[in-house]
Design a protein around this ligand. Structure first.
Ligand SMILES: NC(=O)CC[C@H](N)C(=O)O
Length: 299
């Protein structure tokens, strides 16, 4: 039986994932009192309530870490409470993190129906609401729930499926479109997802966001690479090449797409000229053919 998700969690306004997948926590100064009017619980209570078993490191000079990263780009870090181990010991531990599939650890385990749209105050317009209902299958690579809320607000009936859900099962569900979500880690570490996308493109309209964008790019024959700093923040200017407008976007990714041959680049990041959106049609001469499209930002 399918689980239903969405409505029960609405009071947690800022939570965007199914659960908190925290692996480490570094704090400059840990405050035991709270002052924000929206605050419902302390950080300690939040972690305890969810049985999150990390040992936060506090009183750390986080500014110094930021300055180092600004010089050298993103680096591998090790968090440890082991005083007995030297820096040299940690330096010698082989790091395999770049090839680890982080998606399977955060994806849902079985399909579920998503219920619950955005509060109307968060919508830009009402166009598209209460018209046709579209069936969407959303691959959960660690999906940001606001994406699901927005789709639901625009009359989509959404089934969220695990990252390993076979393309053949998706085809049997006869969706109007398939979404590949954002997600953590290196897109090259999840070739099975690229395989799934390859099986679906040209048969059903597909759309990718962030990780989904990178995986779609790979499925269309492109390559991804790790950027020195990544794109992080709520103010990345992107040129939409289809209508020549500039969009200010929220981005959070370390990998990017090499420009692809035979694929339309629809958006360009104006800070570094990188590909921020792409589109492909099964047959470019046939405008009715089935589109694949993706963007590197997070709605
Ligand atoms: N926002 C995302 O989906 C991140 C995509 C990918 N994990 C990256 O870091 O580039």
């Amino acid at each position: 039986m399918r689980e239903k998700r969405g409505q029960a969690r609405r009071e947690r306004d800022d939570e965007e994932s199914r659960q908190c997948f925290l692996a480490g926590l570094v704090i400059r100064s840990l405050s035991i009192s709270t002052s924000n009017w929206r605050c419902k619980e302390t950080l300690g209570d939040y972690l305890a309530e969810r049985n999150i078993n990390v040992s936060p490191l506090y009183d750390v000079d986080t500014r110094a870490i930021t300055r180092r990263l600004r010089e050298d780009g993103s680096l591998i870090g090790v968090l440890s409470t082991e005083n007995s181990k030297s820096e040299r010991t940690f330096r010698n531990v082989p790091y395999m993190g770049h090839c680890v599939d982080l998606i399977s650890g955060v994806s849902c385990k079985s399909p579920c129906e998503w219920l619950g749209g955005t509060a109307s105050a968060w919508d830009f317009e009402d166009n598209g609401r209460n018209k046709d209902t579209f069936n969407v299958v959303a691959y959960d690579f660690g999906i940001k729930q606001n994406i699901l809320r927005h789709l639901a607000s625009y009359s989509c009936k959404i089934t969220v499926v695990p990252s390993t859900w076979p393309a053949s099962e998706t085809l049997k569900m006869r969706p109007d479109g398939v979404l590949f979500s954002n997600g953590p880690g290196n897109p090259s570490a999840v070739p099975y997802s690229v395989g799934t996308i390859k099986e679906l493109i040209g048969k059903i309209p597909v759309f990718g966001i962030c990780m989904g964008h990178q995986l779609l790019g790979q499925a269309l024959g492109g390559k991804t690479f790790r950027m020195k700093f990544g794109h992080h923040g709520g103010n990345h200017p992107v040129r939409n090449l289809r209508n020549n407008s500039v969009e200010i976007s929220a981005q959070n990714h370390n990998y990017a797409e090499s420009l692809l041959e035979g694929v339309e680049v629809t958006h360009v990041n104006l800070n570094d000229g990188g590909c921020a959106g792409l589109a492909s049609f099964k047959n470019e001469a046939d405008v009715t053919s089935i589109p694949s499209q993706s963007i590197s930002r997070t709605p």
